[in-house]
Write a new protein. Structure first.
Length: 398
């Protein structure tokens, strides 16, 4: 949209055009609610970020609700389970058999492509390249947002601001210190991820827990693989030349899985730190937070994008109700409703990370307990069911 036809007011100003902001925008437009999305970067940047790959059924349903699940259902890979490689043993978690649900492997890049492509036809305006986005009067009744585009300062008045601008965004940072409670855990390691044009080494996702550290084999299609290895928190990309990455990955995945591993130059390589984080509540006055702006999970449980989607759904319901009836009940209940699902996903991602990673800080007894937990999981249908239920995604209602 060009600067000349920008409205001067909208009902909901959405900061950030990641999964949370774009899903919220589509859900609101579906209900006829006026909104505007302000994104700092350009479309190619947001769409180009290689991130999530595992999509819960609840997220598929949210895409269906906005009529954008066509390609996801056609091209996404439905998976009935996944495996954990441990000490040369493969523990298969039969998600479909244990829960009746399945997950879909479909890249975040593809989801973003579908959300962006459909935006103009749905009347969802996205301003890319919005610099210096600033939130004003979030504690009052007449909030507004200013930003700079093409050297000019712009302003939009609104009734609510949805802060969907990720962990490092401006929204949460606009809340005066001491007004929210933060809960945070930073893990003493990170993940190095590689995307490569080779067929996946296994038909389903494999999580490997090895003496030398964690590894993960995932995919994007029949010809594109996504692999990760646990690395030191201080490691840099230069510490991990291609050969080191592929050799380490093969060792950690174990012989059976590594037998199918094909090496190729990386199309993309990235390091990510691991963190668990929640801020409470997810609201301050007329600012409502959603997605990574309010919480972070370590990627082990594959929950980040799925939580961004469920936040967007809860928030769209609250804001639609307000816009239609003037009732604040949904807005007042939003944070509690979202946090109830968020904390369960935080617990699961934390637990799965502890189960599968090598902690340089672990004491001998902690290591023994970790081994005992994996041994228990490998034989107990009850433990596997609990894992499968969380992995497939908990219900939207508590
Ligand atoms: P995002 O995706 O960070 O989007 C925020 C957007 O806000 C913009 N922005 C601003 N705009 C205007 N003004 C400002 N001042 C702004 N500051 C920032 C940014 O440019 C950006 O476009 O947050 P959102 O929408 O909450 O979505 C969260 C998800 O992206 C994230 O949780 C997932 O990627 C996490 N994740 C996974 N989630 C899953 O559900 N399944 C997975 O399999 C999965 N795998 C992963 C992952 C994340 C990973 N990394 C790199 C952290 C694997 C990895 C390696
Ligand atoms: C991915 O495919 O990128 C992926 C899969 C599972 C995870 C995290 C990331 O837990």
């Amino acid at each position: 949209m060009t600067a000349s036809n920008l409205p001067s007011r909208t009902r909901i100003a959405i900061i950030g055009a990641g999964p949370a902001g774009m899903m919220l925008g589509h859900l609101l437009r579906q209900e006829g609610v006026d909104c505007l999305v302000l994104e700092r970067r350009d479309r190619a940047y947001v769409e180009g970020r290689v991130r999530a790959g595992v999509i819960e059924q609840t997220t598929v349903e949210i895409m269906q609700r906005v009529g954008l699940a066509g390609r996801l259902l056609r091209e996404g890979l439905p998976h009935g389970g996944f495996s954990i490689s441990w000490n040369g043993e493969l523990i298969h978690i039969d998600v479909a058999g244990l829960t009746g649900k399945h997950i879909t492997v479909y890249g975040q890049q593809e989801i973003m492509h579908d959300l962006f492509d459909a935006a103009p036809a749905r009347g969802l305006d996205v301003v890319f390249g919005a610099e210096d986005v600033t939130l004003h009067d979030i504690e009052g009744d007449r909030p507004f947002v200013t930003w700079r585009s093409g050297g000019e300062t712009r302003r939009i008045d609104c009734e609510f601001i949805a802060g969907c601008d990720g962990f490092h965004g401006v929204s949460r940072a606009s809340i005066p210190s001491g007004r929210l409670v933060d809960y945070e855990k930073i893990y003493p390691f990170g993940w190095l991820g590689v995307l490569a044009d080779v067929p996946p080494c296994a038909p389903e996702v494999v999580y490997a827990s090895h003496e030398r550290g964690f590894a993960l084999a995932s995919m994007r299609s029949a010809t594109r693989s996504r692999y990760y290895v646990q690395v030191g928190a201080e490691d840099r990309l230069e510490d991990w030349p291609d050969d080191r990455f592929w050799s380490e990955l093969a060792i950690r995945l174990g012989e059976t899985i590594a037998a199918g591993l094909e090496r190729a130059p990386a199309i993309e390589t990235a390091m990510a730190p691991l963190r668990s984080y929640v801020c409470e509540p997810m609201r301050f006055g007329r600012l409502l937070l959603a997605g990574d702006a309010a919480h972070i999970v370590p990627p082990t449980g594959a929950k980040g994008l799925n939580l961004a989607a469920s936040d967007a759904l809860f928030l769209s319901e609250a804001l639609t109700d307000y816009c239609r009836t003037g009732s604040m009940a949904g807005v007042d209940g939003y944070s509690g409703r979202a946090l109830s699902r968020v904390w369960k996903a935080e617990r699961f991602s934390w637990w799965f990370t502890h189960l599968t990673h090598r902690f340089p800080t672990a004491t001998p007894i902690e290591r023994k307990l970790q081994i005992a937990e994996m041994a228990y999981l490998s034989r107990s249908r009850a433990a596997q069911t609990a894992l499968a239920e969380n992995y497939a995604g908990l219900p939207l209602s508590p």
